[in-house]
Design a binder for this molecule. Structure first.
Ligand code: ADP
Length: 328
Protein backbone atom coordinates (compact mmCIF):
# COMPACT_ATOMS: atom_id res chain seq x y z
CA UNK A 1 0.00 0.00 0.00
CA UNK A 2 1.22 3.51 -0.80
CA UNK A 3 2.67 5.44 2.13
CA UNK A 4 0.29 7.95 3.71
CA UNK A 5 1.12 11.51 2.69
CA UNK A 6 1.59 13.86 5.63
CA UNK A 7 4.02 16.42 4.23
CA UNK A 8 4.10 17.89 0.74
CA UNK A 9 6.94 19.87 -0.86
CA UNK A 10 6.27 22.55 -3.47
CA UNK A 11 8.71 24.30 -5.80
CA UNK A 12 9.04 26.22 -9.03
CA UNK A 13 11.56 25.19 -11.68
CA UNK A 14 12.82 26.24 -15.11
CA UNK A 15 11.62 29.51 -16.66
CA UNK A 16 9.41 31.59 -14.38
CA UNK A 17 5.93 32.71 -15.39
CA UNK A 18 3.18 34.90 -13.95
CA UNK A 19 0.79 32.77 -11.91
CA UNK A 20 3.47 30.63 -10.28
CA UNK A 21 3.01 32.47 -6.97
CA UNK A 22 -0.74 31.99 -7.14
CA UNK A 23 -0.11 28.26 -7.63
CA UNK A 24 2.31 28.09 -4.67
CA UNK A 25 -0.30 29.87 -2.57
CA UNK A 26 -2.98 27.40 -3.64
CA UNK A 27 -0.84 24.36 -2.81
CA UNK A 28 0.14 25.78 0.59
CA UNK A 29 -3.41 26.79 1.52
CA UNK A 30 -4.90 23.48 0.38
CA UNK A 31 -2.41 21.67 2.62
CA UNK A 32 -3.35 23.97 5.52
CA UNK A 33 -7.05 23.37 4.85
CA UNK A 34 -6.54 19.60 4.81
CA UNK A 35 -4.16 19.71 7.80
CA UNK A 36 -1.17 18.42 5.86
CA UNK A 37 2.29 19.91 6.40
CA UNK A 38 3.74 21.89 3.51
CA UNK A 39 7.34 22.78 2.78
CA UNK A 40 8.58 25.32 0.23
CA UNK A 41 11.65 24.18 -1.67
CA UNK A 42 13.76 27.11 -2.87
CA UNK A 43 15.47 27.30 -6.31
CA UNK A 44 13.88 24.17 -7.79
CA UNK A 45 15.97 21.00 -7.94
CA UNK A 46 19.09 22.92 -6.85
CA UNK A 47 17.48 23.80 -3.51
CA UNK A 48 16.18 20.25 -3.21
CA UNK A 49 19.71 18.88 -3.49
CA UNK A 50 21.00 21.44 -0.98
CA UNK A 51 18.09 21.01 1.45
CA UNK A 52 17.00 24.64 1.06
CA UNK A 53 13.58 24.11 2.64
CA UNK A 54 11.15 26.31 4.55
CA UNK A 55 7.96 25.14 6.28
CA UNK A 56 4.98 27.07 4.89
CA UNK A 57 1.64 27.76 6.51
CA UNK A 58 -1.41 29.63 5.24
CA UNK A 59 0.10 32.96 6.33
CA UNK A 60 3.43 32.40 4.52
CA UNK A 61 1.67 33.07 1.24
CA UNK A 62 -0.14 36.30 2.13
CA UNK A 63 -0.17 38.96 -0.58
CA UNK A 64 1.48 36.96 -3.34
CA UNK A 65 -1.48 36.08 -5.57
CA UNK A 66 -0.95 39.34 -7.48
CA UNK A 67 2.84 39.04 -7.87
CA UNK A 68 4.71 37.95 -10.97
CA UNK A 69 7.82 35.75 -10.77
CA UNK A 70 8.12 33.22 -7.95
CA UNK A 71 8.77 33.78 -4.25
CA UNK A 72 10.42 30.35 -4.08
CA UNK A 73 12.84 31.40 -6.85
CA UNK A 74 13.61 29.24 -9.83
CA UNK A 75 16.82 27.69 -11.07
CA UNK A 76 18.25 25.37 -13.65
CA UNK A 77 20.17 22.50 -12.06
CA UNK A 78 22.64 20.33 -13.97
CA UNK A 79 23.30 18.11 -10.96
CA UNK A 80 19.72 16.85 -10.89
CA UNK A 81 20.32 15.39 -14.35
CA UNK A 82 22.75 12.92 -12.74
CA UNK A 83 21.81 9.87 -10.63
CA UNK A 84 24.09 11.12 -7.82
CA UNK A 85 22.34 14.48 -7.78
CA UNK A 86 18.93 12.86 -7.58
CA UNK A 87 20.16 10.59 -4.76
CA UNK A 88 21.21 13.68 -2.78
CA UNK A 89 17.78 15.21 -3.43
CA UNK A 90 16.05 12.04 -2.22
CA UNK A 91 18.14 12.01 0.96
CA UNK A 92 17.30 15.65 1.67
CA UNK A 93 13.58 15.10 1.10
CA UNK A 94 13.58 12.01 3.31
CA UNK A 95 15.51 13.78 6.08
CA UNK A 96 12.90 16.57 6.03
CA UNK A 97 10.06 14.02 6.11
CA UNK A 98 8.63 15.17 2.76
CA UNK A 99 6.43 12.40 1.31
CA UNK A 100 5.51 13.90 -2.09
CA UNK A 101 6.05 17.04 -4.15
CA UNK A 102 4.25 19.40 -6.51
CA UNK A 103 6.47 20.79 -9.26
CA UNK A 104 5.42 23.98 -11.05
CA UNK A 105 7.35 24.31 -14.30
CA UNK A 106 7.71 23.19 -17.89
CA UNK A 107 8.74 20.12 -19.88
CA UNK A 108 12.25 19.92 -18.45
CA UNK A 109 11.07 20.15 -14.86
CA UNK A 110 8.48 17.44 -15.53
CA UNK A 111 11.12 15.17 -17.07
CA UNK A 112 13.22 15.49 -13.92
CA UNK A 113 10.17 14.70 -11.75
CA UNK A 114 9.25 11.67 -13.86
CA UNK A 115 12.76 10.19 -13.67
CA UNK A 116 12.84 10.83 -9.93
CA UNK A 117 9.49 9.08 -9.53
CA UNK A 118 10.73 6.09 -11.55
CA UNK A 119 13.91 5.80 -9.48
CA UNK A 120 12.48 6.28 -5.99
CA UNK A 121 8.73 5.67 -6.32
CA UNK A 122 8.36 9.21 -4.96
CA UNK A 123 4.86 10.68 -5.57
CA UNK A 124 4.97 13.72 -7.87
CA UNK A 125 2.37 15.96 -9.53
CA UNK A 126 3.07 18.67 -12.11
CA UNK A 127 1.45 22.05 -12.66
CA UNK A 128 2.30 23.58 -16.07
CA UNK A 129 3.90 26.99 -15.63
CA UNK A 130 5.34 28.63 -18.74
CA UNK A 131 4.30 31.60 -20.85
CA UNK A 132 4.84 29.63 -24.09
CA UNK A 133 1.74 27.41 -23.69
CA UNK A 134 3.73 24.57 -25.25
CA UNK A 135 2.62 21.68 -23.05
CA UNK A 136 0.42 18.84 -24.18
CA UNK A 137 -2.56 17.99 -21.96
CA UNK A 138 -3.72 21.52 -21.21
CA UNK A 139 -5.23 24.28 -23.30
CA UNK A 140 -3.54 26.86 -21.05
CA UNK A 141 -0.33 26.92 -19.07
CA UNK A 142 0.09 29.38 -16.19
CA UNK A 143 1.38 32.69 -17.50
CA UNK A 144 0.27 32.38 -21.11
CA UNK A 145 -2.83 34.53 -20.71
CA UNK A 146 -0.89 37.18 -18.78
CA UNK A 147 1.90 37.24 -21.38
CA UNK A 148 -0.65 37.65 -24.19
CA UNK A 149 -2.32 40.54 -22.35
CA UNK A 150 1.04 42.21 -21.74
CA UNK A 151 2.04 41.91 -25.39
CA UNK A 152 -1.30 43.15 -26.73
CA UNK A 153 -1.02 46.21 -24.51
CA UNK A 154 2.48 46.93 -25.83
CA UNK A 155 1.47 46.42 -29.47
CA UNK A 156 -1.45 48.83 -29.00
CA UNK A 157 1.11 51.43 -27.95
CA UNK A 158 3.41 50.62 -30.85
CA UNK A 159 0.46 51.02 -33.18
CA UNK A 160 -0.10 54.57 -31.92
CA UNK A 161 3.34 55.61 -33.08
CA UNK A 162 3.19 53.41 -36.20
CA UNK A 163 0.01 55.07 -37.44
CA UNK A 164 1.22 58.59 -36.59
CA UNK A 165 4.18 58.09 -38.92
CA UNK A 166 2.74 55.59 -41.44
CA UNK A 167 5.28 53.05 -40.32
CA UNK A 168 5.61 49.32 -40.56
CA UNK A 169 6.71 47.56 -37.37
CA UNK A 170 8.10 44.06 -37.02
CA UNK A 171 7.41 43.06 -33.43
CA UNK A 172 9.28 39.99 -32.19
CA UNK A 173 7.58 38.00 -29.44
CA UNK A 174 8.65 34.89 -27.51
CA UNK A 175 8.18 31.47 -29.08
CA UNK A 176 11.24 29.62 -30.37
CA UNK A 177 9.38 26.40 -31.17
CA UNK A 178 5.73 27.36 -30.92
CA UNK A 179 3.66 30.28 -32.15
CA UNK A 180 0.89 30.37 -29.55
CA UNK A 181 1.79 33.82 -28.20
CA UNK A 182 2.37 35.24 -31.71
CA UNK A 183 -0.89 33.88 -33.11
CA UNK A 184 -3.03 34.99 -30.19
CA UNK A 185 -1.55 38.47 -29.83
CA UNK A 186 -1.52 38.86 -33.61
CA UNK A 187 -5.27 38.30 -33.72
CA UNK A 188 -5.86 40.23 -30.49
CA UNK A 189 -3.85 43.27 -31.56
CA UNK A 190 -5.02 43.22 -35.18
CA UNK A 191 -1.67 42.47 -36.83
CA UNK A 192 -1.38 42.54 -40.63
CA UNK A 193 0.67 39.36 -40.68
CA UNK A 194 1.71 36.78 -38.12
CA UNK A 195 4.87 34.72 -38.62
CA UNK A 196 5.02 31.52 -36.57
CA UNK A 197 7.30 28.45 -36.43
CA UNK A 198 4.46 26.11 -37.46
CA UNK A 199 3.87 27.69 -40.88
CA UNK A 200 6.05 28.93 -43.65
CA UNK A 201 4.42 31.98 -45.11
CA UNK A 202 7.33 32.76 -47.39
CA UNK A 203 8.92 36.13 -47.97
CA UNK A 204 7.10 36.73 -51.27
CA UNK A 205 3.72 36.30 -49.64
CA UNK A 206 4.71 38.66 -46.90
CA UNK A 207 5.77 41.30 -49.40
CA UNK A 208 2.57 40.79 -51.45
CA UNK A 209 0.46 41.11 -48.34
CA UNK A 210 2.21 44.32 -47.32
CA UNK A 211 1.76 45.74 -50.82
CA UNK A 212 -1.96 44.98 -50.66
CA UNK A 213 -2.19 46.49 -47.23
CA UNK A 214 -0.60 49.72 -48.44
CA UNK A 215 -2.87 49.87 -51.50
CA UNK A 216 -5.99 49.34 -49.43
CA UNK A 217 -5.21 52.54 -47.55
CA UNK A 218 -3.97 51.23 -44.21
CA UNK A 219 -1.98 53.89 -42.39
CA UNK A 220 0.18 51.54 -40.34
CA UNK A 221 1.18 47.92 -40.31
CA UNK A 222 2.16 45.58 -37.53
CA UNK A 223 3.75 42.22 -38.30
CA UNK A 224 4.07 39.92 -35.29
CA UNK A 225 7.02 37.54 -35.54
CA UNK A 226 7.62 34.58 -33.21
CA UNK A 227 11.33 34.13 -32.36
CA UNK A 228 11.44 30.82 -34.23
CA UNK A 229 9.37 31.71 -37.31
CA UNK A 230 9.85 29.44 -40.32
CA UNK A 231 11.05 32.11 -42.73
CA UNK A 232 14.19 31.82 -40.61
CA UNK A 233 15.12 35.48 -40.77
CA UNK A 234 15.55 37.65 -37.71
CA UNK A 235 13.32 40.71 -37.43
CA UNK A 236 16.32 42.84 -38.42
CA UNK A 237 16.86 40.79 -41.61
CA UNK A 238 13.14 41.05 -42.35
CA UNK A 239 13.39 44.82 -42.02
CA UNK A 240 16.29 44.92 -44.51
CA UNK A 241 14.46 42.64 -46.95
CA UNK A 242 11.28 44.70 -46.90
CA UNK A 243 13.16 47.99 -47.18
CA UNK A 244 14.90 46.62 -50.26
CA UNK A 245 11.76 45.22 -51.91
CA UNK A 246 9.18 47.73 -50.69
CA UNK A 247 10.92 51.10 -50.30
CA UNK A 248 7.55 52.79 -49.76
CA UNK A 249 7.65 51.49 -46.22
CA UNK A 250 9.39 53.17 -43.31
CA UNK A 251 10.26 50.07 -41.27
CA UNK A 252 11.01 49.74 -37.54
CA UNK A 253 11.73 46.77 -35.34
CA UNK A 254 10.75 46.08 -31.76
CA UNK A 255 12.02 43.04 -29.84
CA UNK A 256 9.90 42.65 -26.74
CA UNK A 257 12.12 40.18 -24.86
CA UNK A 258 11.78 39.47 -21.17
CA UNK A 259 9.10 42.03 -20.41
CA UNK A 260 6.73 39.33 -21.67
CA UNK A 261 7.54 37.13 -18.68
CA UNK A 262 6.92 39.63 -15.93
CA UNK A 263 4.04 41.48 -14.35
CA UNK A 264 1.02 40.76 -12.24
CA UNK A 265 -0.86 37.66 -13.38
CA UNK A 266 -4.19 38.15 -15.13
CA UNK A 267 -7.40 37.14 -13.38
CA UNK A 268 -7.57 34.10 -15.64
CA UNK A 269 -4.10 32.91 -14.58
CA UNK A 270 -4.82 33.54 -10.89
CA UNK A 271 -8.02 31.51 -11.02
CA UNK A 272 -6.39 28.74 -13.05
CA UNK A 273 -3.43 28.59 -10.63
CA UNK A 274 -5.78 28.37 -7.66
CA UNK A 275 -7.78 25.56 -9.22
CA UNK A 276 -4.67 23.65 -10.29
CA UNK A 277 -3.04 23.97 -6.87
CA UNK A 278 -6.09 22.53 -5.11
CA UNK A 279 -6.33 19.70 -7.63
CA UNK A 280 -2.62 18.86 -7.34
CA UNK A 281 -2.77 18.36 -3.57
CA UNK A 282 -6.07 16.47 -3.70
CA UNK A 283 -4.70 14.18 -6.39
CA UNK A 284 -1.63 13.32 -4.31
CA UNK A 285 -3.83 12.58 -1.30
CA UNK A 286 -5.92 10.24 -3.44
CA UNK A 287 -2.74 8.18 -3.83
CA UNK A 288 -2.16 9.17 -7.45
CA UNK A 289 1.18 10.23 -8.88
CA UNK A 290 3.17 11.02 -12.01
CA UNK A 291 0.37 13.17 -13.42
CA UNK A 292 0.11 16.71 -14.67
CA UNK A 293 -2.91 18.87 -13.89
CA UNK A 294 -4.27 20.57 -17.00
CA UNK A 295 -7.38 22.36 -18.19
CA UNK A 296 -9.55 21.44 -21.17
CA UNK A 297 -12.90 23.08 -21.94
CA UNK A 298 -12.76 24.67 -18.49
CA UNK A 299 -12.55 21.27 -16.75
CA UNK A 300 -9.44 20.25 -14.87
CA UNK A 301 -7.96 17.04 -16.26
CA UNK A 302 -5.02 14.79 -15.38
CA UNK A 303 -2.48 13.64 -17.98
CA UNK A 304 0.36 11.16 -17.33
CA UNK A 305 3.55 13.22 -17.12
CA UNK A 306 5.28 11.15 -19.83
CA UNK A 307 2.45 12.01 -22.24
CA UNK A 308 2.57 15.70 -21.28
CA UNK A 309 6.29 15.71 -22.08
CA UNK A 310 6.12 13.75 -25.33
CA UNK A 311 2.83 15.05 -26.73
CA UNK A 312 2.82 17.96 -29.10
CA UNK A 313 0.93 21.13 -28.24
CA UNK A 314 -0.70 21.90 -31.57
CA UNK A 315 -1.30 25.36 -32.96
CA UNK A 316 -4.95 26.35 -33.25
CA UNK A 317 -5.73 25.97 -36.97
CA UNK A 318 -9.10 27.66 -36.57
CA UNK A 319 -7.37 30.72 -35.18
CA UNK A 320 -5.01 30.76 -38.17
CA UNK A 321 -8.10 30.78 -40.41
CA UNK A 322 -9.64 33.62 -38.40
CA UNK A 323 -6.41 35.58 -38.65
CA UNK A 324 -6.31 35.08 -42.44
CA UNK A 325 -9.83 36.49 -42.70
CA UNK A 326 -9.07 39.41 -40.37
CA UNK A 327 -6.04 40.53 -42.36
CA UNK A 328 -8.11 40.99 -45.54
P1 ADP B 1 11.47 23.99 -18.03
O1 ADP B 1 10.93 23.22 -16.87
O2 ADP B 1 10.97 25.40 -18.05
O3 ADP B 1 11.28 23.25 -19.34
P2 ADP B 1 14.33 23.29 -18.07
O4 ADP B 1 14.25 22.52 -19.34
O5 ADP B 1 15.48 24.22 -17.88
O6 ADP B 1 13.05 24.20 -17.79
O7 ADP B 1 14.36 22.24 -16.87
C1 ADP B 1 14.39 22.66 -15.51
C2 ADP B 1 15.23 21.72 -14.69
O8 ADP B 1 14.64 20.40 -14.72
C3 ADP B 1 16.65 21.48 -15.21
O9 ADP B 1 17.53 22.51 -14.82
C4 ADP B 1 17.00 20.18 -14.52
O10 ADP B 1 17.36 20.37 -13.18
C5 ADP B 1 15.67 19.42 -14.58
N1 ADP B 1 15.67 18.52 -15.74
C6 ADP B 1 15.41 18.81 -17.03
N2 ADP B 1 15.58 17.73 -17.84
C7 ADP B 1 15.98 16.73 -17.02
C8 ADP B 1 16.34 15.36 -17.23
N3 ADP B 1 16.33 14.80 -18.44
N4 ADP B 1 16.71 14.64 -16.15
C9 ADP B 1 16.72 15.18 -14.92
N5 ADP B 1 16.41 16.46 -14.66
C10 ADP B 1 16.04 17.22 -15.68
Amino acid sequence: MAKEIKKIGVFTSGGDSPGMNAAIRAVVRTCAFLKIDCVGIYRGYQGMIEGDFKPMDARSVNNIINKGGTILKSARCQEFRTAEGRKKAYEQLTAEGIDAFVVIGGDGSFTGAMIFNEEYGFPVIGIPGTIDNDIYGTSNTLGFDTACNTVVEVIDKIRDTASSHNRLFFVEVMGRDVGHIALNVGVGAGAEEILIPEENLGLERLVESLKRSKKSGKSSSIVVVAEGDKIGKSVFELKEYVEEHLPIYDVRVSVLGHLQRGGAPSCFDRVLASRMGVKAVETLLEGKSNLMVGIQNNDLILTPINKAIKGESKIDKELIRVSDIMTT
